[in-house]
Design a protein around this ligand. Structure first.
Ligand SMILES: Cc1ncc(COP(=O)(O)O)c(C=O)c1O
Length: 349
């Protein structure tokens, strides 16, 4: 009888496993304690207050077709977050920028999800005073992450308005500082799954829309765009969409967005670095507009992906610099075609 465990082993011709063996950075690369390490080896100390207290801020920037998108906007937001939390990063913003670029260059990834994190750091035993702790900086690049699958984007995601969970009040946790206080967002995600939807939208508890786990929310009504002004992260994708709309004479109202408005909207879409502009087709099981991605959403989604070629926003990664001044276990591999996980969504327009 043949040994069943043999069939579980990857075939020797499997590119992924061969690539991994050749290049330990091929699944991602992290910067931890002044060293670039393969993502599978990236570890933070368990007593870092970023972990024990969620005392940190972070940012996520994308790399698309080998270029960072709006890197400086993401770095500015990280800096503002640090200031609001009284976190002084251990290195300068220019050094952070350089580390992010090298992390991506080392990974060889041409479509990447790149995270920069500033934590309060590791206290001396018994120290509880955050002023007495030295902040730490960590970063990593992994393959690009999609909040909504390709199929969900094509037909529109199903949304549920969270009934059991409100967004944490902004006076308790400032939502403009990107944070890991995801208790409310995760609880709402479970609520959405329990109700057969794929993603939740949270309110502030008084009937005003806020945001969801990793995305901002837009409604289209009477040809205008509506998005909440407060209680939300000021997303960089949200900013791109607002700029695109204004440039093309679409009115944008950044203000209170009520549950009632969402229920009668012609279109609803979500925005995030992890997936761009994502159309929604149902809200609490009821169709939104025609139940298909609407024309305004589709046009903005196309425009958003086209912006990735705009020299004002696209910073090319120099993949050859990966070898320079950085200890690397093996010689750099050329980028592989398998890095192209997903083309920008195409619309029928
Ligand atoms: C809570 C929250 N809102 C909105 C967003 C969207 O922000 P951006 O477009 O900058 O990715 C994110 C991104 O992760 C987020 O975590």
């Amino acid at each position: 009888m043949s040994d069943p465990s043999r069939t579980l082993k990857p075939p020797s011709t499997d590119d992924h496993f061969q690539d991994k063996a050749r290049d330990p950075f091929s699944s991602g690369c992290a910067w931890i304690h002044d060293e670039f390490v393969p993502i599978s080896e990236a570890r933070i100390p368990i007593t870092d207050m970023g972990f024990t207290r969620s005392d940190l801020t972070y940012d996520v920037v994308s790399v698309w077709n080998g270029c960072f998108f709006r890197l400086d906007d993401h770095l500015s937001r990280l800096q503002r977050g640090c200031e609001k939390l009284r976190l002084v990063p251990p290195i300068s913003l220019d050094e952070i920028r350089d580390i992010l670029i090298t992390t991506v260059a080392l990974s060889g990834l041409h479509q990447a999800y790149v995270e920069a994190i500033v934590t309060r750091g590791v206290p001396e035993p018994g120290v509880r005073d955050p002023r007495r702790v030295s902040p730490q900086f960590y970063a990593y690049a992994i393959p690009y992450v999609w909040i909504a699958s390709e199929e969900d984007q094509a037909r529109g995601v199903s949304l549920a308005l969270a009934c059991d969970t409100d967004r944490i009040p902004a006076r308790s946790i400032d939502p403009t500082v990107k944070n890991f206080h995801w208790g409310d967002l995760t609880r709402a995600l479970f609520e959405a799954y329990d109700r057969g939807a794929s993603l939740p939208v949270l309110t502030d508890g008084t009937g005003k829309i806020t945001e969801g786990p990793g995305y901002n929310v837009f409604a289209v009504a009477d040809g205008r765009l509506y998005t909440p002004a407060t209680g939300v992260l000021e997303g960089i994708t949200r900013k791109s969409v607002i700029e695109l709309a204004l440039l093309n004479d679409i009115e944008v109202i950044v203000g209170d967005v009520t549950v009632e408005l969402l229920r009668v909207a012609d279109e609803i879409f979500l925005t995030s670095t992890a997936g761009g502009v994502m159309p929604a087709s149902t809200l609490d099981g009821m169709p939104i507009g025609t139940r298909r991605p609407g024309p305004v959403t589709t046009w903005l989604r196309d425009g958003y992906w086209q912006l990735h070629n705009d020299k004002r926003f696209a910073l090319p990664v120099d993949y050859h610099r990966a070898g320079a001044g950085v200890r690397r276990p093996v010689a750099e591999q050329p980028p592989r075609s398998s890095d192209r996980l997903h083309e920008p969504p195409q619309s029928g327009r």
